[in-house]
Design a protein around this ligand. Structure first.
Ligand SMILES: Cc1ncc(COP(=O)(O)O)c(C=O)c1O
Length: 360
């Protein structure tokens, strides 16, 4: 007899199998919104010094890093949770709050993990279409039912790069019932330039119980490979969520690197300046090709192309990896992470050639 599996887990898309590539084409990785400048040099130095200690288990409470985050952001240490990437925090929240038949509200055309993690619990993902590529918060309020346990707001949104402003988000938070948790994912907040971007920390400090703010060291800090994310929330909520996390979820090296990266203002500044320059360069070049671009407030741009899957495959053949957004419910759009300046130029040259050929 076969193992009795959960039908809602079986229905999830399978994880990609390991596949060795024999291609010798240079890979320009513009598909995962990584920091092309590399990790924080301070983090690298701290890691070197810590390597001799990895025969010890990590601090299961992440004490030093939690205190440092609390001090930096003026919250209490018991308002901080650490995750093996913010992706793990998304999984843990869904695990802790959702069961079969429960509902969660999210935008259709937002970070792919949300729907997967909701569905992995046997819960229903109520996906609300974007309006002008941006979260439609009034429609998301309307989608809340008595079965709704949580709502995801990705701000700035991955994969569209768009943001919602403070007034709109505060109105939304007032309208969501107090027994529904709002998770605001701010993975890209360090790249944002709009002056009225919401600051949710005053609400966290005030102890709002139905708010969880997610952040990560994977983007501007350049530590994607170490897996480190964090969350701010009400102490009771954090204590509740901590009950379901694996004891040693954040490894020693991630904790040490995160601590050092937090203090590396120079790396942050350089990374931000590079992102701003890349955004201007790519937006200008793509628009000069007659393409529609959403510049966004992140470390990627989104561009409209005639057939995103075909164009992305043609780019991959030339060694340039980008993300076609058909699979995210946004056909005809492609997400391009910022690379080094040379990589950005290689992408532009490859795309220009592909589009020229397809017009012949
Ligand atoms: C919006 C958003 N949230 C969370 C994550 C996951 O980040 P981490 O690497 O910290 O798991 C990503 C990664 O791309 C993201 O885009």
């Amino acid at each position: 007899m076969p193992v009795r599996k959960k039908s809602f887990v079986q229905a999830l898309p399978p994880a990609p199998p390991p596949r060795r590539t024999t291609s010798d084409v240079v890979s320009v990785r513009l598909a995962a919104n990584e920091n092309p400048l590399g990790p924080s040099p301070r983090a690298l130095a701290a890691l070197q010094a810590a390597l001799n200690n990895i025969h010890r288990y990590p601090d299961a409470s992440g004490t030093t890093l939690k205190y440092a985050l609390a001090e930096r952001f003026d919250v209490r240490p018991d308002q901080v949770m650490l995750g093996n990437g913010s992706d793990e925090l998304i999984m843990l929240v869904c695990h802790a709050l959702l069961g079969e038949g429960d509902e969660a509200v999210l935008a259709q055309g937002s970070f792919i993990s949300y729907a997967r993690r909701i569905q992995a619990q046997g819960a229903i993902a109520r996906q609300v279409p974007l309006r002008e590529m941006t979260h439609d918060l009034p429609a998301m309020v309307t989608a809340i039912t008595p079965q709704t346990r949580l709502v995801f707001v990705c701000n700035p949104n991955n994969p569209t790069g768009t943001t919602v402003g403070a007034a709109e988000l505060m109105r939304f938070l007032e309208q969501v019932p107090s027994d529904v948790l709002v998770i605001v994912d701010e993975a890209y907040r360090e790249f944002v330039t709009r002056p009225d971007f919401p600051d949710l920390l005053p609400l966290v400090r005030a102890g709002q119980e139905n708010l969880l703010v997610l952040r990560t060291f994977a983007k501007i800090h350049g530590l994607a490979g170490l897996r480190l994310g964090y969350a701010f929330g009400n102490p009771d909520l954090i204590a509740y969520l901590e009950r379901v996390r694996p004891v040693f979820n954040v490894n020693t090296l991630a904790q040490i690197a995160g601590l050092a990266a937090l203090d590396d203002a120079e790396h942050l500044e350089r990374s931000l300046a590079h992102a701003t320059a890349s955004r201007t360069f790519l937006t200008t070049q793509l628009r000069a090709m007659g393409l529609t671009v959403i510049p966004g407030e992140t470390n990627f741009v989104v561009v409209a192309v005639p057939d995103d899957t075909t164009v992305a495959a043609a780019l991959a053949q030339r060694g340039v990896l980008v993300t076609p957004l058909s699979g995210w419910g946004l056909p005809g759009w492609m997400r391009v992470s910022f690379g080094t300046h040379t990589e950005n130029e290689m992408f532009v040259a490859a795309l220009r050639e592909i589009l020229r050929r397809s017009c012949r």
